[in-house]
Design a protein around this ligand. Structure first.
Ligand code: GLU
Ligand code: MG
Length: 448
C-alpha cells in the first residue's frame, strides 16, 4: 500500500523550501548512518527539494552491506538489484555552518512504497522508543563525545597518514584551552546554530583530546544530534586546515575517545531515574545482563576494543556503581542538572547512534520487564579485584559472538538487519586481522 508522502505544498515542506531560499542553500544532504557506523548520504539541489522530501532519493540496497572500508559484503536482499529511498525528515532540516550553501536532513531508508525498510537504522530506534512508550516511558539521552584535534600528516616512508595532535597540553589545563580556542569557538557556534545546546568544554587527558558535551534531548533527537555533531567536529576542522577524529583510539598510546551515553526514563515531566528506584535498578540490570552483546553495537569498530581497557576510565568490566568512572554503568549524581541519570561508558562514536541507543533501550526494557537484579553496586576500581568481575569483550569478534547469542537483541534487530550487521562487522574484524596499528588507525581516522 502506498504510504502518505510529503508533497511540496505541505506546510512543513514549504517552510524548508523558504528557509533554503533565505539561507542561499544550493545542496541539501540527506544523511543516514550505515552498519559500519559511517555517516553517508546523497544530496539534492535546491530546485528539486520540495519534490525530493516526499520521494526521497533512490539508493541501492547494497549500501547497508558495505563495511567501513567500502568493501561490499554478500547479504541476501542487499545485492545489485533493489532500491530504497533515502527519505529525509523535514523537521530536521538544518543549514550547515561549516559548509556554506549546504544544509542537511536526517533521513530514514524507505521502500519504494514509502514504508520504513527493515534495515533502516533510524526506524530501529523509533521502534524502540515506541515500545518504551507502550510501557508508559519516554527516554531522554545525550551522547558525550570526546575527539582528537590535530593535523593530517603524511608518513615520509609512504605508510598511512596519521593524526598529529594539536598540542601536548595536560588534562583540563589552561594551555589546552588556548591552543584549541579558535577551533572550539567555531565549533560551539556551529553546533548552536544547528540547535545543539553546548553544555561543557575542556581539553581532556590525551594529546590533542577535547571534550565538548551537548545537552540531553528526546532519544531520537539525541541520536540525530550525534550525527550532526560528528559531521560538525570534522567539518569545522577541515575548514581550518585541521583534522579532527572521534575514532575510539586515534593514537595508540594516548587516551581513547569515548562517547559515553547518558540516559534517563521520564514519565511526562518527571525524571524516573532521579533517585533510587526499582525501575532504575531493573533498567541497570537489563544493561548489565546484555552488556557483552551491547558492546557489539555501542562500540562498533575494531578500534573500539583498543579503548576498552582497565584503568583508562573507559570501563572494562560489566559492573555498575554510583559515580564510579571505571564501571560500565555509572549512576551519575546531579546538582540541579535535570536529575540523576545513567552513563554507559562502553560507548564510542564509531557506533551507529540509532542502533546503539535503540539496543540500549531494548536491553533496559528487558531488565524492567523481567525485573532483573543488577547485582551489588561496585564502589572500587574493579581492576583491583579482576577475578571478581566479568570483563567486557576484548575484541569486535568476541562482542559479535555475544550478540549472536543474545536472543533479545537479535530478535529486536530482526532478520534482515541482524544478518547484514553481523556480515558487515565480521568482515571488518577479518579485514583488520594481521594488519598493523598504523593501518587500523588510519582507516578509522578517515571515517570517524
Ligand atoms: N577518555 C575516557 C574514555 O575513553 C573517558 C574519560 C572521562 O571523561 O572520564 O571513555
Ligand atoms: Mg571525558
Amino acid at each position: 500500500m502506498m504510504r502518505d508522502r510529503h508533497t511540496p505544498t505541505d506546510p512543513v515542506v514549504q517552510r524548508v523550501i523558504e528557509r533554503a531560499e533565505i539561507e542561499g542553500i544550493e545542496l541539501v544532504r540527506f544523511l543516514y548512518a550505515d552498519h559500519g557506523g559511517v555517516i553517508r548520504g546523497k544530496a539534492t539541489s535546491r530546485s528539486r527539494l520540495g519534490e525530493r522530501i516526499g520521494t526521497g532519493i533512490g539508493h541501492t540496497v547494497a549500501m547497508m552491506a558495505m563495511n567501513m572500508l567500502d568493501q561490499l559484503q554478500e547479504v541476501e536482499q542487499m545485492g545489485p538489484v533493489g532500491e530504497v529511498r533515502i527519505t529525509p525528515d523535514p523537521s530536521t532540516f538544518v543549514p550547515l555552518p561549516y559548509a556554506p550553501g549546504g544544509a542537511a536532513m536526517l533521513s530514514d531508508l524507505r521502500t519504494q512504497d514509502g514504508s520504513p525498510w527493515a534495515a533502516c537504522p533510524r526506524t530501529f530506534l523509533k521502534d524502540a522508543i515506541a515500545e518504551l512508550a507502550g510501557e508508559g516511558y519516554t527516554a531522554v539521552a545525550a551522547f558525550e563525545p570526546e575527539f582528537t584535534l590535530g593535523r593530517r600528516l603524511p608518513d615520509p616512508a609512504g605508510g598511512p597518514d596519521r593524526l598529529a595532535p594539536l598540542d601536548d597540553s595536560l588534562c583540563y589545563a589552561g594551555t589546552g584551552f588556548d591552543t584549541a580556542h579558535d577551533y572550539t569557538v567555531r565549533l560551539i557556534r556551529a553546533l548552536e546554530r544547528q540547535g545543539l545546546q553546548v553544555e561543557h568544554y575542556y581539553p581532556e587527558l590525551g594529546a590533542g583530546q577535547q571534550e565538548l558535551s551537548v545537552r540531553h534531548a528526546p532519544a531520537l533527537r539525541a541520536a540525530d544530534n550525534q550525527v550532526l555533531y560528528r559531521e560538525t567536529v570534522r567539518g569545522v576542522a577541515l575548514r581550518m586546515a585541521m583534522w579532527a577524529s572521534l575514532a575510539p583510539k586515534p593514537i595508540a598510546d594516548q587516551a581513547g575517545n569515548g562517547c559515553h551515553l547518558h540516559l534517563s526514563l521520564w514519565d511526562g515531566t518527571r525524571n524516573l531515574f532521579d533517585g533510587e528506584s526499582d525501575l532504575r535498578s531493573h533498567f541497570v540490570g537489563g544493561l548489565i545482563a546484555h552488556l557483552p552483546a551491547l558492546t557489539a553495537l555501542t562500540c562498533g569498530s575494531v578500534n573500539s576494543f583498543r579503548r576498552l581497557a582497565p584503568r583508562m576510565w573507559s570501563s572494562a568490566y560489566a559492573v555498575w556503581g554510583p559515580d564510579n568512572r571505571e564501571a560500565a554503568v555509572r549512576v551519575c549524581s546531579a546538582l540541579g542538572e535535570g536529575g540523576e541519570n545513567l552513563e554507559l561508558k562502553p560507548s564510542d562514536s564509531s557506533a551507529n547512534p540509532y542502533l546503539s541507543l535503540g539496543a540500549v533501550l531494548h536491553a533496559g526494557l528487558d531488565g524492567i520487564r523481567r525485573r532483573l537484579d543488577p547485582g551489588e553496586a561496585v564502589t572500587i576500581d574493579p581492576d583491583t579485584n579482576p577475578a571478581a568481575y566479568q570483563r567486557l569483550p576484548a575484541s569486535l569478534d568476541e562482542a559479535l559472538d555475544a550478540l549472536e547469542a543474545d536472543e533479545v537483541l537479535m530478535e529486536a534487530l530482526g532478520p534482515l538487519r541482524r544478518t547484514a550487521y553481523l556480515a558487515v562487522k565480521r568482515s571488518e574484524a577479518t579485514a583488520f586481522k594481521g594488519k598493523d596499528a598504523a593501518y587500523e588507525t588510519f582507516n578509522h581516522l578517515r571515517v570517524f
